[in-house]
Ligand binder design. Structure first.
Ligand code: ADP
Ligand code: ADP
Length: 230
C-alpha cells in the first residue's frame, strides 16, 4: 500500500526559488524513512508538502490514494487528521497541561469526556509519560516535551507520522529515547518519515534514506547512510 506518492513534483516559492525540483518519491505503509541533506536542500519543503502545509507548483501528490489536486478545501482538515506531525521545537501550548495539550485535538471533535481520557492516557502510555499528565510543558525536560508532542501527533492513530528534525534540540542520550518511541510507533504499523541532521542516529540505526541536494533527490537507499559531515 502506497501512502505517499509524488510524481514529477516541483515547488517554486513566490520569490522564484525552486526548493524542490522534479522529484519522484514513493513511500509505502509501514516504512521508516530518514530524509537527509545539507541546509537549503529542500527537505523542509518536501516534508511540508507531505502534511499539506505547502502545495506543489507542478506535478502530482497522492496521499493514501487521494489526489491532492482533487481534494476539496473543506476536506483538508479531515486528511490532516490522518497525518501526525512533530516539530523540532515541540510547539506545545505553554498554558495547557500535558493532558490538555493532547486532549485539545479531540475536544475540537467534541468527543465525550471519558473517551478523551482513555485515549489521552493510551498515547501517554505509548510515550511512557503517564505520570506527567498534570505537568505543564515548562516543568518537563526537552525529551519529555518532545514525547508529549509525539503523543499529541498520535492521538487520532494516523497511518503516517511526519517528524521534522525531532531530535534537533535534544542531547544525544535524549535523542535515542525519542528514536525508541518513533521505532515503537513504526513497529506498531505507522509509517514514519523523519527529516534529520543527526548523523549518528542514521548510521547507527540504518533505515531507508532519501537524500536531497539542491532540490533534487540524489540518493534513495533501503539501508542508507547519512554520508554528510554534519
Ligand atoms: P532544508 O529543509 O533542506 O534546509 P528548505 O526546504 O527549507 O530546505 O529550503 C529550500 C530552499 O527554499 C532554500 O533556498 C530556502 O531558502 C527556500 N525556501 C524555503 N522556504 C521558503 C519560503 N517560504 N519562501 C521562499 N523560499 C523558501
Ligand atoms: P531528560 O533525560 O528527559 O532530558 P532531564 O534530566 O532533563 O530529563 O530531567 C529529569 C527530570 O527532571 C524529568 O523527569 C523532568 O520532569 C524534571 N525536570 C527537568 N526540568 C525541569 C524543570 N524546569 N522544572 C521541573 N522539573 C524538571
Amino acid at each position: 500500500d502506497r501512502l505517499i506518492e509524488m510524481r514529477d513534483v516541483t515547488k517554486t516559492y513566490g520569490n522564484g526559488i525552486t526548493a524542490v525540483n522534479n522529484i519522484n518519491v514513493f513511500i509505502d505503509k509501514g516504512e521508516f524513512v530518514y530524509v537527509v541533506g545539507p541546509s537549503g536542500a529542500g527537505k523542509s519543503t518536501f516534508i511540508k508538502m507531505t502534511y499539506l502545509e505547502e502545495r506543489p507548483t507542478a506535478g502530482k501528490i497522492y496521499m493514501n490514494g487521494t489526489d491532492l489536486d482533487e481534494l476539496k478545501r473543506k476536506h483538508i482538515p479531515l486528511l490532516r487528521r490522518n497525518i501526525g506531525v512533530v516539530f523540532q521545537d515541540f510547539k506545545l501550548l505553554p498554558k495547557l497541561s500535558v493532558f490538555e495539550n493532547i486532549a485539545f485535538a479531540l475536544e475540537v471533535l467534541e468527543e465525550p469526556r471519558h473517551v478523551i481520557k482513555k485515549r489521552v492516557f493510551e498515547v501517554l502510555d505509548l510515550v511512557r509519560l503517564k505520570n506527567k499528565a498534570r505537568f505543564y510543558p515548562q516543568e518537563l525536560s526537552g525529551g519529555e516535551q518532545q514525547r508529549v508532542s509525539i503523543a499529541r501527533a498520535m492521538i487520532n492513530h494516523p497511518p503516517i507520522l511526519i517528524a521534522d528534525e525531532p531530535t534537533g534540540n535534544l542531547d544525544p542520550q535524549t535523542s535515542w529515547g525519542i528514536m525508541d518511541v518513533l521505532q515503537e510507533i513504526n513497529a506498531r504499523g505507522t509509517t514514519v518519515v523523519m527529516a534529520t541532521h543527526n548523523k549518528e542516529i542514521v548510521n547507527v540505526s540504518p533505515k531507508r534514506v532519501i537524500a536531497f541536494e539542491g532540490g533534487r533527490v540524489t540518493r534513495d537507499e533501503q539501508r542508507g547512510r547519512y554520508a554528510y559531515e554534519k
